[in-house]
Design a protein around this ligand. Structure first.
Ligand code: PEP
Length: 254
């Protein structure tokens, strides 16, 4: 399958894996995905495993991502991790505004935008997550919710910064539930998001930004999702925790 935009598939390991388990998983991925050139591959382990995973993937085609970071530089922010700290482990990507952080840590669009600016200032590529709840979808607010999240989370980014930002459309009702959006639901949300990007930035930016789909992506639904014209990859949770399922998602997507 050919698309102008290179697919990007990222595994979000969330709060899972000991350091030893993380090293084992990424060692297997490195071996099994060594020949993949068509897709940008990213793994996002917990902070505690960044150092070891970073060492394993040195000189491989797998890039390192973090699951969150502080909006601030170094300083008196107990418990936080700065962009510069992530850079020490050769982190390239950082997930921002995941729905679990929006829900449990009350992260707002404004905060996510400040984090996105901090990430770009440190030359980290943000993966900015957006998505509606089931209630919002069923009450006809999906487009308004996505537009508000995009406007707020991406506020003030330059055109170039936006082109280097990855978006992840993750309908909250599909995360960790086994319910995947249908290909039509995914494509129509992605096309809508691209339309909003054209309004907020311009057509060129909108055409270049990669939009991942996330929400119960598995080996058996990856191909049809990736075939959609506006779907440029996947953010994978549960199925990224095992080498075999993540590898199959990648190989089925090519
Ligand atoms: C996620 O948390 O980003 C995610 C998409 O999870 P899952 O694949 O388990 O639905």
């Amino acid at each position: 399958m050919t698309k102008d935009r290179k697919l990007i598939i990222a595994g979000n390991w969330k709060m899972n894996k000991s350091v030893a388990e993380a090293s084992d998983l990424v060692t297997t991925l490195k071996r099994d995905l060594a020949n993949v050139k068509e897709v940008d591959l990213v793994v996002c382990p917990p902070f505690t495993a960044l150092s070891d995973v970073s060492r394993v993937i040195l000189d491989s085609n797998i890039r390192l991502g973090a699951q969150n970071m502080s909006e601030h530089g170094n300083g008196a922010y107990t418990g936080e991790i700065s962009a510069q700290m992530l850079k020490e482990f050769s982190v390239r990507y950082v997930i921002l505004g995941h729905s679990e952080r929006r829900q449990y840590q009350a992260e707002s669009d404004e905060l996510i935008s400040r984090k996105a600016h901090a990430a770009h200032a440190a030359a980290l590529k943000p993966i900015v997550c957006i998505g509606e709840t089931l209630e919002q979808r069923e009450s006809g607010q999906m487009e308004a919710v996505l537009a508000t999240q995009l406007k707020g989370s991406l506020a003030g980014l330059s055109h170039q910064q936006m082109e280097e930002t990855v978006l992840a459309y993750e309908p909250v009702w599909a995360i960790g539930t086994g319910k995947t959006a249908t290909t039509e639901q995914a494509q129509s949300a992605h096309a809508f998001i691209r339309g909003v990007l054209a309004t907020l930035f311009d057509e060129t930016v909108a055409r270049r930004v990669r939009i991942q789909y996330g929400g119960s992506v598995k080996a058996n639904n990856a191909r049809e999702l990736m075939e959609q014209p506006d779907v440029d990859g996947a953010l994978v949770g549960g199925a990224a925790l095992e080498a075999r399922s993540f590898t199959e998602i990648v190989t089925n997507s090519i």
